[in-house]
Design a binder for this molecule. Structure first.
Ligand SMILES: Nc1ncnc2c1ncn2[C@@H]1O[C@H](COP(=O)(O)OP(=O)(O)OP(=O)(O)O)[C@@H](O)[C@H]1O
Ligand SMILES: [Mg+2]
Length: 508
């Protein structure tokens, strides 16, 4: 028997200045199901969820929402909470210095009688009850900052459910989660499902969608274009529905004859940013050739990101070792120097290092190459806009114009802007740290094609990635890191996902 519908929308239309983010969306979620919501970057997924969470109040859009058949006007987050809707955003909303229990019951702590004094004993015991009920192995007295991201996410979920949520929305919940913790989240989702909680699960990782969802709704250009039972949909079909065309080859790797060495790293050690005597990168040595894509794999915390940020002069701790660019030894003390030596770094955390969010798309793209565009300190506007148009076009950045503020772009489109920014510097070596995180399937293929093209032009590419199919398919060679050390090098023809996981988890 089909489950009854718990959440439904009719003809929701939402405009932002110049953009129709949602175009007459009709959407249905059934009770107790996990619904996967997929679609390209900018399709409108997060916007629809923000309508459900009350972040966009009812007077800012057209259309109707029904919960368990009843028309609901959601005028703000409190209304959504009362209606049983909870949302877990990608950026967690906990206070690091406070304990788990304090975070869960923030601003509604139990008090001693009517005194207004917080009843700490009751606070912790209530939190413990809740965590136990949900099988979350986190002590209520622990400070949030001491928990792994996965555990923090569990606390957020516990907090959401403590408001008796019936509908839980997870917007790209695994994008910042280490591989080991993804399984724990999936178990949690499974157990919530068996308790009758309905969930909307947004992800660009289609493996996850196939693994944990009961049904799938596809959005494209602000519309819902299909809703199916997950088992009735093939991967190929899902991708085609998302991007509106067939993608034959997800990983279009071209093999090129590798040229001379463009980057060489010898015996690199990188110190821990605050633990004296500890090293996060230990004795790394490797070479990258022109036209080569060198993959770097390893679990979160294995030193992958520290390695590339340190090479780029952007890691806040000492390092020792030798770096050669184009055969010449260099000392890179800052990103500015790195850029001058011909290095580019696309970082994992675009919000922290990649973009100036309050600035326009075009300004961000040219930020790192203003010297090239200037004549006696004056920026030549025609040259600037030519460059901006070139890269916005090449990467198909979905923005109304180059003047659009980056903040308002969807996640994946922000990532494209970061890549555009580094390409605009004409690098010899491009360091990519999780280049396709949060990027939709169509744009992923575009980024891969771009990597091929850059390799073809003689750029050496270092790609740190935890997306195993991506590393296996797009690298010429793969270095595997474990606890700061390189533990294995695999050639393209011998690399498999299983082998990588084996060495990444410390296998010998
Ligand atoms: N605050 C805003 N101001 C202006 N435009 C916005 C705003 N938020 C979203 N948009 C635009 O609305 C459209 C839908 O964006 P949304 O964030 O919902 O996409 P998404 O499907 O979640 O994409 P992604 O997969 O990249 O997260 C995009 O074109 C985006 O640029
Ligand atoms: Mg989104």
């Amino acid at each position: 028997m089909e489950n009854p519908v718990i959440l439904e929308t009719k003809n929701i239309t939402k405009d932002f200045p110049g953009v129709r983010a949602l175009d007459s969306v009709s959407f249905q979620l059934k009770k107790g199901e996990v619904l996967g919501l997929v679609g390209e970057n900018g399709a409108g997924k997060s916007t629809l969820m923000k309508i459900f969470s009350g972040a966009y109040p009812a007077n800012t859009y057209d259309g109707e929402i029904f919960i368990e058949g009843k028309r609901c006007i959601l005028s703000g987050p409190k209304d959504s909470q009362r209606a049983g809707i909870a949302i877990i955003y990608q950026e967690l909303n906990l206070i690091p210095e406070l304990t788990v229990a304090e975070n869960i019951f923030l601003a509604r702590e139990p008090t001693v009688g009517k005194t207004g004094i917080i009843d700490r004993k009751k606070l912790f015991s209530q939190a413990k009850d809740l965590l136990d009920r949900l099988n979350i192995p986190v002590p209520p007295e622990e400070q949030i900052k001491n928990l792994s991201i996965g555990k923090q996410q569990m606390v957020e979920i516990a907090k959401a459910l403590s408001y008796q949520a019936k509908i839980l929305i997870l917007d790209e919940p695994t994008s910042a989660l280490p591989e080991q913790e993804v399984e724990v989240l999936f178990k949690m989702i499974g157990s919530l499902r068996s308790r009758g909680v309905s969930m909307i699960y947004i992800s660009h990782k289609l493996d996850e969608i196939f693994k944990i969802t009961d049904s799938v709704t596809v959005m494209r250009d602000g519309k819902t274009v299909a809703s199916r039972r997950t088992p009735e949909l093939s991967r190929q079909e899902m991708v085609a529905l998302m991007v509106g065309r067939n993608i034959e080859d997800m990983y279009p790797k071209k093999s090129l004859a590798a040229g001379e060495v463009v980057l060489e790293v010898k015996n690199l050690f990188v110190s821990h940013p605050f633990l004296a005597g500890e090293k996060v990168v230990k004795d790394m040595s490797f070479k990258v050739r022109k036209g080569e894509i060198l993959g770097i794999s390893g679990l979160m915390g294995s030193g992958r990101s520290e390695l590339v940020t340190s090479i780029f002069g952007a890691f806040p701790a000492d390092s020792s070792g030798e770096i050669y660019v184009g055969g010449k030894q260099v000392k890179i003390r800052s990103p500015y120097e790195a850029i001058n030596y011909g290095l580019g770094l696309v970082t994992e955390d675009r919000k922290l290092f990649g973009l100036v969010l309050g600035m326009q798309v075009g300004e961000n793209i040219t930020l790192s190459c203003l010297e090239k565009l200037s004549w006696h300190q004056i920026i030549i506007r025609s040259r600037e806009s030519e460059l901006i148009n070139k890269y916005m076009g090449a990467l198909r950045v979905k923005a109304r114009s180059a003047e659009t503020v980056v903040n308002t772009l969807s996640g994946g489109n922000q990532q494209k802007v970061v890549i555009a920014k580094w390409l605009a510097t004409d690098p010899k070596v491009l360091l990519l740290d999780e280049p396709t995180r949060g990027v939709d399937v169509g744009a992923k293929v575009e980024i891969y094609q771009l990597m091929n093209k850059l390799a073809g032009e003689g750029i050496g590419i270092v790609m740190v990635s935890s997306d195993l199919p991506e590393v296996v398919s797009m690298s010429d060679r793969i270095l595997i890191m474990h606890e700061g050390r390189m533990v294995k090098e695999l050639q393209k023809n011998e690399a498999t996902q299983e082998k990588i996981m084996f060495y990444a988890t410390g296998g010998k």
